[in-house]
Design a protein around this ligand. Structure first.
Ligand code: ADP
Ligand code: MG
Length: 654
């Protein structure tokens, strides 16, 4: 049954629901409340606190209107005490509030007047009201009603294996869905949450562990190369590798040289130097006679890698090329051919490399940058593509090792903890918009020193036009402030690739001094001469994003600065002032808002949990993980259609 067949869902409501990413009946049923109002009653006492009382209306409400506002007044009987009630902005309720009706009021009691901020007619004392994330046009009540109407049409595919349901006394899925939306008491909520969280984490762990098992079974290709040449390569770099980098290089080259297939996640804070480590791996793989592929989440980043890696490899007679969306079909075909016949040693591109009809001649190594942006399914698709390449995932998402191991159960983990020698802490300051003059002065000082500036303005809306106009406005302001004397340019997602390339090139070459952008520069851009980043509406970003953005500066031994512009007093922004340490910041992010966007959940389909929270529910995750191990080991999943299908989808078709 389709969503629009549910009673109460017309074209308009359908549109609102779409905005909330509700596209099917099951989406609606699993649109869980994020919290609950509990209408436990308070004693009627004079206090500054908001209290909840229930009673009976004693006099017909009188409405008065003034200054575009309105007020309803009536007498109210609470346990035989009569008080005057005033409630603003609810004149439209006048006719539905008649003498004798019992209602719940929320508000403050002072003098002999109860000033209500809310009135609940359909809720009784002791009721629990679910609270949903909303979009304008749809109310909390409306969502509740739609869910009631949809309840009997759900699919209710129970994803927890029967035996586990029994062992844990889990309630059924249908029961859980009903209780999570319409709980009668706290116990209902707890029972439902327990079950639904476990289910999500079980399915997640299943995917991870299944891949793990598959990977372990697979043999990789043993690669022979001369380690002395690798050492020489490292000696010829313009800098010395840090201890952590050396260790990781060793781990990777050992993986390459063994016949075990590499499945390694390299975790390292922004600017810790993951790219050069990857380049060493690419070089070793080349020495062994194999091609490499490198995938980045955005085209800008792919190009960035292309230019910097090509430069590093130029003296080693390696052919490097890049595929971007702006290439013509003919140009792409030409590259495909050269990849197929083995002329290209390293191919760089976005993850669309996966979807392209591209066959490698002798692919030995695949590196994907910002691993968390690729889902499990994409990962297995990548493995389908070719022979059995070693795989290295790069991630700047600073997660503690234990979490990483639980989450990426199928991967070996390497870490770069320290930054290259000589790096200074980035000085971070939060400024209000009316203090922008301080920022302008600071910018001017940096420019006088020959340095460059990033300015970031966040997505205003999902609306690209609006977005563009806000960066254009910023450029006008800056041009005016600096009297058009400082070359300032915009880079924006809607621009054509060759326009973006031109701008990036001019910025790299220090022709452009100030680069204004939306978050397109978030990942990976490397312009060491940029020493300041100014981030507007900083409160709209998660800590992880802010940390990534800030990582665009502080990329050499110069002192760098980060200005966070926000008119709000925000606890998270203070964390940024306090620390440059990605691991500390991620811990604080955990504390302040659960897992938030720490794991890049927005990009990572497999990690968007609807109800589970990786930090708070870590124990459940560990239990689910153990149960899954047993489930896979004993092959019980073969008896379950749901997991059999998942397994089939993850299987590699040779
Ligand atoms: P990330 O880990 O964020 O991908 P990059 O690989 O882009 O970091 O490295 C950041 C910058 O630091 C680059 O300009 C790179 O050339 C430089 N770099 C990397 N390793 C070292 C090192 N050991 N010493 C000095 N500079 C380094
Ligand atoms: Mg990088």
């Amino acid at each position: 049954m389709e969503l629009d067949q549910i009673k109460g869902i017309g074209p308009k409501t359908l549109k609102y629901l779409k905005k909330l990413n509700i596209n099917s009946i099951d989406d609606l049923l699993t649109y869980y409340p994020y919290r609950y109002n509990i209408y436990a009653l308070n004693e009627l006492t004079q206090t500054d606190e908001t209290i909840i009382v229930s009673g009976i209306i004693e006099s017909n409400p009188v409405a008065s209107y003034f200054n575009h506002k309105n007020r309803l007044s009536f007498k109210f009987n609470i346990n035989n005490r009569i008080v005057n009630v005033a409630i603003f902005g609810r004149a439209f309720l006048k006719n539905s509030l008649q003498i004798g009706k019992s209602v719940v009021l929320i508000g403050k009691y002072k003098g002999n007047t109860f000033t209500a901020s809310d009135i609940k007619t359909s809720i009784k004392a002791g009721d629990i009201e679910p609270v949903y994330h909303l979009t304008s046009g749809i109310t909390n009540n409306a969502i509740s009603k739609l869910i009631i109407n949809a309840l009997e049409y759900g699919n209710y595919v129970d994803k927890i294996p029967e035996q586990i349901v029994k062992d844990n006394n889990f309630i059924s899925l249908k029961e859980a869905i009903k209780k999570i939306h319409f709980p009668k008491n706290m116990e209902d909520i707890n029972l439902a949450k327990q079950r639904l969280k476990y289910e999500e984490l079980f399915e997640f762990s299943f995917k991870m562990n299944y891949l793990n098992k598959k990977n372990k079974q697979e043999n990789g290709v043993l690669k022979k190369f001369d380690n002395n040449k690798v050492t020489k390569f490292i000696d010829n770099l313009p800098f010395e590798l840090t201890k952590d980098q050396q260790k990781v290089v060793k781990e990777i080259t050992e993986d390459l040289a063994s016949d075990k297939k590499m499945n390694r996640l390299l975790l390292g804070d922004v600017g810790s130097g993951k790219t050069i480590v990857s380049t060493v791996a690419i070089y070793a793989n080349h020495l062994a006679g194999f091609q490499s592929a490198l995938m980045a989440p955005t085209e800008i980043l792919a190009l960035q890698h292309y230019f910097s890696i090509k430069k590093t490899l130029s003296r080693y007679k390696m052919t490097v090329d890049v595929i971007t969306g702006s290439l013509t079909a003919k140009e792409k075909t030409a590259i495909y051919e050269r990849v197929e016949n083995g002329e290209i040693d390293l191919l760089i591109g976005t993850h669309s490399i996966l979807n392209d009809k591209l066959t490698f001649n002798k692919l030995g190594l695949v590196i994907t940058d910002e691993q968390h942006r690729f889902g499990v399914n994409q990962r297995s698709c990548l493995q389908k593509k070719s022979m059995n390449p070693d795989i290295l995932y790069l991630s700047a998402t600073p997660i503690p090792r234990t979490y990483a191991m639980t989450i990426y159960g199928d991967l070996d983990i390497s870490m770069i903890k320290s930054k290259p020698h000589g790096r200074k802490e980035i000085i971070t300051k939060v400024k209000k918009e009316n203090e922008i003059k301080d920022v302008l002065i600071a910018i001017l000082e940096e420019i006088k020193k020959g340095h460059q500036i990033y300015i970031v303005s966040p997505l205003v809306d999902q609306n690209d036009e609006l977005d563009l106009s806000s960066v254009k406005l910023l450029k006008e302001k800056y041009d005016m402030a600096f009297k058009n004397k400082i070359r300032t340019e915009i880079i924006h997602g809607k621009m054509k690739q060759n326009e973006k390339d031109a701008i990036m090139n001019d910025f790299k070459n220090n022709v452009i001094k100030i680069l204004i952008s939306t978050t397109v520069i978030e990942v990976g851009i490397d312009v060491p001469n940029a020493t300041m980043i100014v981030i507007y509406n900083a409160e709209r970003f998660g800590l992880a994003s802010l940390h990534q953005l800030r990582g665009r500066v502080g990329r050499n031994d110069l002192q760098s600065y980060c200005y966070l512009i926000s008119n709000q007093d925000n606890e998270r922004l203070k964390v940024m002032e306090e620390s440059n340490d990605g691991f500390y910041i991620s811990e604080r992010d955990f504390e302040l808002r659960g897992h938030g966007d720490l794991f890049g959940t927005k990009q990572h389909g497999d990690m968007t949990f609807k109800i589970a929270n990786l930090k708070n529910d870590y124990q459940i995750l560990v239990q689910a993980k153990n149960d899954v191990e047993e489930y896979i080991k004993t092959s019980k999943y073969l008896e379950n259609d749901y997991y059999k299908t998942i397994a089939n989808n993850l299987d590699i078709v040779d």
